[in-house]
Design a protein around this ligand. Structure first.
Ligand SMILES: [Mn+2]
Length: 304
């Protein structure tokens, strides 16, 4: 059976495209792999796949007995529940080192870049693996998505360089226009409050506290009516009650370059203070990255 190249739970564009692009890389090296995802594409990813005529990876929730290459994460919490019964063969990522481990030597490429597809672009150069135009376009979109059009503090020179090279391969002339079209697709709020919270949601173990953090990136927060905000807040309380210490929703305004934060927590004061917010003022100017600007201060606060 082919080894799986598998992105994280609640897959985002980077995670799904990274499964496709890493599978392309591994195949060029003669490995027998299949791209996989732990869920269906969200609206933004669907736009990207449709735009470049790519098929979504097969959806896989169980990996027992399989060889697995992880892309875009190395946290057990973001892997399938039976991950410990799989054989970890490799990791390509751009997050902090997680808590997966392996029984045998593996290959791992982790770089502090804005996007896993930037790492995969560099590896494709290194291994001289050709990237088809349609895949290059999707990889470009993954970089635009993860770096929020290069505006996120996670964006590096390597991301910009990879994006320029991929745009050339894909024949994309106006990168910014493509990015805006993609974020318009992402700003689709036609979903239940629960689906909106879980569209891009990650659970973290913070010193023994389970903290779930969702992020919605929108062209403008004006799209969120007071009614919708109230339903998101009450759904968030439900999400918290499902075994979490805290459930947090980060509503990012990509044009204003900041975020409003909704919270439901056993440690409300601690959470708000860590983020530099208060019960009355929930706007976080300049905050666009969950990974870099939301998770670290919360981990520090929960560490005490
Ligand atoms: Mn990513």
């Amino acid at each position: 059976m082919s080894a799986l190249v598998l992105g994280h739970k609640n897959p985002d564009t980077d995670s799904i495209v990274a499964a496709l692009s890493a599978a392309n890389l591994y195949r060029s090296r003669g490995l027998d792999v299949a791209a996989a995802a732990q869920g269906e594409p969200a609206p933004e990813t669907k736009f990207v796949l449709d735009h470049f005529g790519l098929k979504a990876p097969e959806v896989v929730h169980s990996v027992a007995g399989r060889d697995v290459y992880l892309v875009d994460y190395s946290d057990l919490g973001q892997a399938p529940d039976d991950f410990k019964e799989a054989t970890l063969k490799g990791i390509i990522d751009h997050h902090k080192l997680g808590d997966v481990t392996s029984d045998a030597p593996l290959e791992a490429y982790i770089k502090p870049y804005g996007c896993a597809n930037t790492v995969i672009y560099e590896l494709s150069e290194y291994y001289k693996a050709a990237i088809p135009a349609d895949l290059a376009g999707a990889m470009l979109c993954a970089i635009l998505s993860d770096t929020v059009l290069f505006k996120s503090p996670t964006c590096t020179e390597a991301d910009k360089k990879a994006a320029a090279a991929l745009a050339k391969i894909a024949g994309v002339k106006d990168v910014n226009a493509l990015g805006m079209d993609m974020f318009k697709a992402k700003s689709n709020l036609n979903a239940s409050p629960r689906d909106l919270i879980f569209r891009d949601f990650k659970d973290f173990d913070m010193s023994g506290h389970k903290v779930g953090i969702g992020q919605l990136e929108l062209i403008s927060l004006d799209m969120i009516t007071p009614e919708l905000k109230a339903s998101l807040q009450s759904e968030l309380a439900k999400v918290k009650s499902e075994g979490r210490d805290s459930a947090i929703l980060v509503l990012t305004d990509i044009m204003k370059e900041g975020s409003e934060v909704l919270t439901a927590s056993d440690h409300e004061d601690l959470v708000l203070k860590a983020l530099g917010a208060s019960a009355s003022s929930r706007w976080l100017d300049g905050v666009m990255s969950r990974k870099k600007q939301v998770v670290p201060p919360l981990e520090k606060a929960f560490r005490g």
